[in-house]
Design a protein around this ligand. Structure first.
Ligand SMILES: [Zn+2]
Length: 355
């Protein structure tokens, strides 16, 4: 009987995939724009909770290597990342991360560091953080909208420009710090499918700003992260997100009125596309328990398309700029949810990108 029980429990547990969560911060300060800031007190609470959970904090590069080599990723793993190289990160890292001997990653746009802009760290400060256990990675040369084509620019010219930007930034970071781990954080979390080929050809991985946990099916060209700042990052919100499980999504197809879209970047006036997600067979995720939210619209109806796939179509207008479908499902672990996010971008009426 006990043996049978153990087999049943074993089967239940095996349906939960190993998951890693990448945390994303910008400012850690009370004096910076609220939407991209979290207070030093709240940041301290986040780090204390990671410690309390006993999760392992790993360098992002290590997680990328595991995924690239097809190795199993350890469960209950966290990577901590900061975007832009803001000066206020220094105090937060020194008070909350260094004493715990944890690794962390800072994504820097080299031109903005070279320009010694107010509010940004210097190369000397970044090197100091490197000595304290930090990794320095690529946040593009000057923090542009990388997926945006110039007026009348061909796809080929745009992708060449993207490749040059990527490599120039990587070379400058290496020149100034000796670091080159070939991981890009997309400015504003924006990417388009054609950019993934360039990244792969150049041996790069990349992280976005679409939320969710990293699992073995996550794509190296757009790994999810949970951004904290503005309304996101309260104690309750953090407790949920840091324990998230990777929803084992095998494919995502976006459709507009039945027609398959080749990009999630949409012209002005586009409607929300319908998202079709297919989960890995035998993943153990119960389709009937899936909840999907659309940015600004709340919970949306989910249609089951079979045992392993489902669709969601938002019932309101798509806003200009970045939006998401966030889909979650309960798991057999208490307080832990599967999470997957599908990003969508709608350009403005002038065809421009929103910061
Ligand atoms: Zn940034």
């Amino acid at each position: 009987m006990l043996r049978l029980l153990m087999i049943i429990v074993g089967t239940l547990l095996s349906t939960t995939v190993n998951s890693a969560v990448i945390l994303q911060y910008h400012h850690v300060s009370n004096d910076t724009p609220a939407s991209t800031s979290i207070s030093p007190e709240m940041f301290a609470a986040h780090m204390a909770y990671v410690e309390e959970l006993g999760y392992e904090v790993v360098p992002l590069s290590e997680l990328v290597v595991s995924l690239r080599n097809g190795n199993a990723i350890a469960d209950d793993v966290v990577a901590i990342t900061f975007d832009d190289g803001y000066a206020d990160n220094m105090a937060a890292i020194k008070s909350e991360i260094v004493p715990r001997d944890w690794p962390f990653t800072i994504f820097v746009p080299p031109l903005l560091i070279d320009q010694r802009l107010h509010g940004y760290m210097s190369w000397d400060e970044l090197n100091e953080l490197k000595r304290l256990g930090g990794e320095l990675s690529n946040h593009s040369w000057e923090h542009n909208h990388l997926a945006a084509k110039l007026p009348n620019e061909s796809d080929e010219a745009w992708l060449t420009r993207f490749r040059e930007d990527l490599l120039k930034a990587e070379a400058r970071i290496e020149e100034m710090t000796g670091e080159s781990n070939r991981i890009l954080a997309y400015p504003y979390g924006e990417f388009s499918p054609q950019m993934l080929e360039v990244l792969s050809e150049e041996g790069f991985a990349a992280v976005g700003q679409q939320s969710g946990a990293v699992g073995e099916l996550s794509e190296l060209g757009h790994l999810p992260r949970f951004p904290f700042g503005g309304p996101y990052g309260t104690v309750e919100d953090f407790h949920t997100k840091v324990r998230t499980l990777a929803m084992p999504v095998e494919s995502v197809v976006l459709k507009n009125k039945g027609e398959v879209l080749t990009s999630h970047i949409l012209e002005y006036g586009s409607a929300w596309p319908q998202a079709h997600l297919t989960l890995q067979e035998g993943s153990g995720v119960d389709i009937s328990g899936i909840n999907c939210f659309a940015s600004g619209l709340g919970v949306q109806a989910v249609t089951s398309d079979g045992e392993h796939s489902f669709s969601v179509l938002a019932d309101g207008a798509l806003q200009v700029g970045r939006s998401r479908y966030n889909c979650t499902a309960g798991s057999n672990q208490r307080h832990r949810f599967y999470w997957f996010s599908v990003p969508v971008v709608q350009l403005s009426a002038e065809g421009s990108w929103v910061d």
